[in-house]
Design a protein around this ligand. Structure first.
Ligand code: NAD
Length: 475
């Protein structure tokens, strides 16, 4: 398969130069080559998006904009199986998860298509009389920079609200996972999105990313990725006062109180951290279990983990596919190599199940202490650390000492405790007796080093606008 940039509604596959090879992480075979964008292509993409913003998209009637976004959602659904198969080939995501995620992308377009006509300003009774009202106006050209772990849904989380609010978009997919993003370009063109409104520039994060972040015509960077790159974007974007939203890393807790439904909490704990082979910013990778139920919980957690199906991601029964790349598996293994055998205990996993593909069996680690690297840093692979706790107040202090604050789960049958915990844990997203972090209709994002701004819900759409106040004198 040959892929290339998508500019002004045209794919540009054969551009000469050395293409980037994409490797299927389950088979280690090359399955596609991608012609990446050079800086002059990015300049062309930005200029095209600026023209499209000024000449077509900004002034299109809201009803027409909504119609096009609905048409994109319909087209995604029609091509759901094809897109899911491509995602599985590209990043080794289990096919059943890939199907869900493509469906989620379609729902995001539907939600924001519906939002176009329900997004409005205020009239304000100002002290001096007259008539005062606010307008929500698009920013102009915005750039979306996305990671490889949930390529399609995160792309849709950014592109759909930005378009719905009247912006044009430059999309930079992660270099490991450009396939479904480029297909979205084709889909949008088929659905009637005018030329230049969505431009897609695959290629190196460093050169393209730096270029976009510093470009004066780009009004906002909406980024999802590592905290390290998020910090760099904020520094570099300061010179042009970029509007910025950053969805970054996490080290999320899964807290089990003794009064919880232990069976349910333990049965769901493995996929709360190992789903997507642990390559999930919301992975509940630190488990805190109240001392009284620690042994019984760990026994059940271990039993459920051993039943997980780690296998060929094209099989619908597979729950864990490979890691995305050789380098990613090695980075995860490094965390395990750094363990201290006199203190840490690996209850299962951490080994490679076969000789082909970047697979790794999920690992449960006990004996962690507060200063341990594996306890504090985002592993981004199938590894979980488990500890016990006795006191609720100390537990909250330990959780809040983390520099991250993205997500988390609290298991308890005591409503007062649930509310107390929900208010005291410093995290952008929390679930009580559940691990669900993402809802299309609700804001998603992090506290502290987990980010700034929110994706999803109407909050995200506001983030793609400026707020204008207009005053009319009645004198
Ligand atoms: P990454 O930061 O390496 O890359 C993310 C994107 O940024 C890619 O498109 C990459 O090409 C680009 N990039 C790289 N260098 C850049 C630069 N100098 N300027 C601008 N862009 C640049 O992250 P990744 O490895 O693709 O993804 C994993 C990380 O993403 C994890 O830390 C994970 O927690 C985080 N993540 C966060 C969320 C969230 O919503 N909070 C969701 C998914 C993933």
């Amino acid at each position: 398969m040959k892929l290339g940039l998508f500019i002004n509604n045209k794919s540009e596959e054969n551009r000469g130069g050395t293409p980037q090879l994409l490797v299927n992480p389950a088979t280690e075979e090359t399955f596609a080559e991608v012609s990446g964008a050079a800086i002059k292509d990015c300049e062309r993409a930005v200029n095209g998006a600026e023209t499209a913003y000024r000449q077509t998209w900004r002034n299109l009637a809201p009803g027409k904009r909504a119609e096009i976004l609905f048409a994109i959602a319909r087209e995604i659904r029609l091509r759901l199986e094809e897109l899911a198969q491509l995602e599985t080939q590209n990043i080794g995501k289990p096919i059943s998860d890939a199907r869900d995620e493509i469906g989620l992308g379609a729902r995001v377009f539907e939600y924001y298509a519906g939002a176009v006509g329900k997004f409005y300003g205020q009239t304000i009774p100002v002290a001096r009389g007259g008539f005062d009202f606010t307008l929500r106006e698009p920013l102009g050209v915005v750039a979306a920079i996305v990671p490889w772990n949930f390529p399609f849904p995160i792309t849709c989380w950014k592109v759909a609200p930005a378009l719905a609010a009247g912006n044009t978009v430059i999309l930079k997919p992660a270099s490991l996972s450009p396939v479904t993003a480029l297909k979205l370009g084709e889909i949008c063109a088929q659905a009637g999105l005018p030329e230049g409104v969505l431009q897609i520039v695959p290629g190196s994060g460093k050169s393209i990313g730096d270029f976009l972040v510093q470009h004066p015509l780009i009004r906002k960077i909406s980024f999802t990725g590592s905290t390290e790159i998020g910090v760099r974007i904020m520094e570099q974007g300061a010179k042009t006062l970029k509007r910025i939203s950053l969805e970054l890393g996490g080290k999320s807790p899964n807290i089990i109180f003794a009064d919880a439904d232990i069976q349910k909490a333990a049965a769901s704990a493995p996929m709360s951290v190992f789903a997507n082979t642990g390559q999930d910013c919301c992975a509940r990778s630190r488990v805190f279990v109240e001392e009284k139920v620690f042994d019984s919980f760990v026994e059940k957690f271990l039993e459920a983990t051993k039943k997980l199906v780690v296998a060929d991601p094209t099989d619908s029964k597979t729950e864990l596919g490979p890691l995305v790349s050789k380098g990613q598996r090695e980075a995860v293994e490094d965390f395990l190599k750094g363990l201290d055998s006199t203190r840490h205990k690996v209850l299962c996993g951490g080994d490679r199940p076969g000789s082909k593909g970047f697979f790794l069996n999920p690992a449960l680690v006990m004996g962690c202490e507060t200063g341990d690297r594996i306890w504090n840093e985002e592993v981004f692979g199938p590894v979980v650390c488990i500890r016990s706790f006795r006191d609720e107040k100390q537990l909250v202090e330990e959780i809040n000492a983390s520099s991250y604050g993205l997500s988390g789960s609290i298991w308890t049958s005591d409503l007062f405790r649930a509310l107390r915990m929900a208010r005291s844990v410093e995290s952008g997203v929390l679930s009580i007796n559940s691990h669900s972090s993402v809802h299309v209709e609700a804001p998603f994002g992090g506290y502290k080093m987990s980010g700034i701004g929110r994706d999803l819900g109407m909050t995200a759409m506001e983030g793609y606008t400026e707020l204008k106040n207009v005053y009319i004198s009645d004198l």
